[in-house]
Ligand binder design. Structure first.
Ligand SMILES: CC(C)(COP(=O)(O)OP(=O)(O)OC[C@H]1O[C@@H](n2cnc3c(N)ncnc32)[C@H](O)[C@@H]1OP(=O)(O)O)[C@@H](O)C(=O)NCCC(=O)NCCS
Length: 234
């Protein structure tokens, strides 16, 4: 028996009595978190232009670098979309040394256990609504589900240190990288250490606030459930 024949519920269910105008319209999700891809690069760069270039004349990642990282390691990026529009994003890549060096700005080291967060930015009209910290929180939860990631690091101007401290980052010291006259503080977040804390907190009965079923792991889970459902039906 063919699979489709055995599974009538897979056939299209367009009823001729329903006019096209009355069919349910496809609507974009109100809020969606997903990895970015190269087709998102222009939207990313538009936000960067306003957030950084208009302020200091430069930005963490130029358009070709955005494309570069979204090609090499899209799974280390996260975009927040509202009704299909990019409102905030994070772009990261892997790094394999204790501290950041100039190479870290342009290289992805697939064997590294550190995620270097190149940039977090929120679209101007969506700032001061707590979106930056929420996106960072989701991103760090997501990193906990990647077994090869031990920590996340970033470099920021000194005035942003309190902002990242609120997300759990600790100061590692002065960063050796300078850009023109700008100097930076290097900060790190122990991804694996927090996983241990989570296990301990579960052991003593705290409610679990995070789940590893995010982004593509969510899709993979759904696919498994669907395949299982098909097998049971056959
Ligand atoms: C920095 C940025 C990501 C913050 O995101 P946001 O969603 O606007 O954050 P919010 O304004 O809602 O602030 C959330 C918290 O962070 C604090 N915060 C925000 N900006 C801060 C700053 N520049 N310095 C210190 N604390 C800051 C807020 O006081 C607030 O704290 P609270 O919850 O205790 O009140 C956002 O303003 C942005 O995209 N800026 C331009 C790009 C940039 O500078 N990115 C970071 C460097 S890569």
């Amino acid at each position: 028996m063919s699979l489709v024949g055995a599974l009538p519920f897979l056939k299209p269910r367009l009823s001729p009595s329903v006019s096209p105008g009355r069919q349910r319209r496809h609507t974009l999700p109100a809020s969606e978190f997903r990895p970015l891809n190269t087709q998102d690069a222009i939207s990313v760069f538009e936000i960067e232009k306003e957030a950084f270039i208009s302020v200091s004349g430069d930005c963490p990642l130029h358009l070709d670098e955005v494309r570069h990282f979204l090609t090499l390691c899209p799974e280390l990026s996260m975009g927040w979309f509202e009704e299909g529009r990019l409102v905030a994003f994070i772009i990261g890549s892997q790094w394999d040394q204790d501290r950041l060096t100039l190479d870290a700005l342009s290289l992805h080291k697939p064997k590294g256990s550190t995620v270097h967060i190149h940039v977090l930015a929120v679209h101007r009209t969506f700032r001061q609504q707590g979106k930056g910290p929420i996106l960072m929180w989701r991103y760090l939860q997501y990193l906990r589900c990647l077994p090869y990631v031990r920590r996340a690091v970033l470099m920021c101007e000194d005035f942003l240190v309190p902002f990242y401290q609120k997300s759990g980052f600790k100061v590692q010291g002065r960063c050796s990288i300078t850009v023109a006259s700008l100097t930076f503080t290097e900060m790190q977040y122990p991804v694996r250490g927090h996983a241990l804390m989570r296990r301990n907190s579960e052991a003593i009965g705290f409610p679990q606030t995070a789940t590893c079923l995010t982004l593509e792991s969510n899709h993979i889970f759904n696919k498994y459930v669907f395949v299982l459902f098909l097998l049971l039906k056959i």
